[in-house]
Design a protein. Structure first.
Length: 439
């Protein structure tokens, strides 16, 4: 299959799918498919509320009409327009021949991998799958999930045979939400195919749009494993410095000063303590851990890192309470301003945010928390966590202020407008010049 013949459907238009669809649309005919009709309508109007793709970039590739002439699959490939058409209609992707699945892979309340979005999207693709088509998965999974979990769904729904009638690929997403420097085309992409020949096709497809280049892995399982250990490694390193922060706080030593001094050695890794949330680092290690346990191995380091990082919200709350007590501020009924609720700075993404853990732990002490975040959608925060937040600047003073997320707006704020003479300022991110305590 030559590049000129690629008619691409991107399944799922979220933080991963939309930037990828936009990029592919610069060279190919792309249908962006999402079951959320509101999301599709928003994108058709030329606006992305996730802020991953600017309105200008999105509008530069948007097509008002379906790019494949009358849906006629016999039409010359050259007749298909390059660009992006967004749809929730399954019929609109029926004549595509490359399907890229970019749905999320979360964990449930017991931290067990939830493959439901993958199953459902595979069923969707299976309904329109044809002989010769390629299905590429970008969702982060444990090694083997694509071929053991997704492919059987495709076979069952389509009635086609894997690696005979249709083929598969895997290219793990490397989207960094909120990062306008390391955009999708500037991050090297790992690729893989279900056969050596398909691996080459998948690799060439991505190489045609990824400026940073590609790395063709020998198998899909290798590519899956590479992705899941990228985030597991980062999770473990952050857990290490979080543990250091707990130790150095007991010893009354500035953790950030220690890390700065240690960082003068050429091979010291520059990690900082913090809350580990989001849809990748705080989730992916559980996928690898479950697969290991299925094969009779209990991963000690991976799960220990997860336990420590998952405990940091409660730890931050306890440190804030101790600081209130040291300043003779009554804890029961104290009013605290939480600056930020997204999982990272300069990004509206609230998925798996650990700021919520801090808020709930503070409320367990009967502390009243006002949550202010100009990036987060208050309705989404309420829906996901039952927490009331505001995107409007509070007009009152508090017993304490916590910098939970280092949004650029917060770094420019004069925090004295929110504080009383004896108020506590706690810096979770370690970026403020003047604080009473920090992680």
């Amino acid at each position: 299959m030559s590049n000129l013949q690629h008619k691409i459907a991107v399944i799922g238009l979220g933080y991963v799918g939309l930037p990828l669809a936009r990029l592919f649309a610069t060279k190919f005919s792309v249908i962006g498919f999402d079951i959320n009709k509101t999301r599709v309508a928003e994108l058709r109007s030329g606006t992305d509320r996730t802020l991953e793709v600017s309105d200008e970039l999105l509008q530069s590739v948007l097509l008002a009409d379906h790019p494949h002439l009358n849906g006629d699959t016999t039409t010359s490939p050259a007749a298909a327009k390059t660009g992006l058409y967004c749809s929730y209609d399954l019929g609109d992707i029926s004549d595509c021949n490359v399907f890229v699945v970019t749905v999320p892979t979360p964990v449930d309340k017991n931290n067990r991998p939830d493959l439901t979005p993958l199953y459902k999207s595979s069923e969707t693709v299976g309904k329109v799958l044809k002989k010769g088509d390629i299905v590429i998965y970008e969702s982060t999974v444990y090694p083997g999930a694509t071929e053991e979990e997704c492919i059987p769904v495709l076979e069952r729904v389509s009635g086609l045979k894997f690696n005979v009638d249709f083929f598969a690929g895997y290219s793990p997403e490397r989207i960094n939400p909120g990062d306008k420097e390391h955009t999708v085309e500037k991050i090297l992409k790992v690729t893989a195919g279900s056969t050596p020949e398909i691996g080459q096709v998948v690799n060439e497809l991505y190489k045609s749009v990824i400026i940073a280049g590609t790395h063709l892995a020998p198998t899909i399982k290798v590519a899956e494993a590479a992705k899941v250990i990228e985030n597991s490694q980062r999770d473990i390193n952050i857990a290490f410095v979080n543990e250091l922060a707990k130790i150095f706080n007991l010893l009354n030593i500035d953790t950030h000063a220690v890390l700065e001094a240690a960082g003068t050695k050429w091979n010291f890794l520059p990690f900082k303590p913090g809350l580990v949330g989001g849809h990748c680092i705080g989730v992916d290690p559980y996928y690898l851990a479950q697969k290991a346990q299925e094969h009779g191995y209990h991963p000690e380091i991976i799960l220990a890192g997860r336990r420590l990082n998952d405990s940091m919200g409660e730890y931050v709350a306890s440190q804030v309470v101790k600081t209130l007590i040291r300043k003779n501020i009554k804890v029961n009924g104290a009013e605290i301003l939480m600056l930020g609720v997204t999982f990272k700075e300069n990004c509206p993404d609230v998925r798996n945010t650990k700021i919520v853990d801090v808020i709930r732990a503070l409320e367990d002490y009967s502390i009243k928390v006002t949550t202010f975040d100009p990036w987060a959608n208050p309705e989404e925060v309420k829906h996901e966590y039952g927490i009331v937040s505001t995107d409007q600047l509070p007009q009152q003073q508090f017993d304490g202020v916590i910098l939970g997320v280092a949004h650029k707006e917060f770094l420019e704020l004069d925090l004295t407008q929110f504080t009383k003479e004896s108020s506590v300022v706690y810096d979770v991110k370690g970026v403020l010049k003047s604080t009473d305590a920090r992680l």
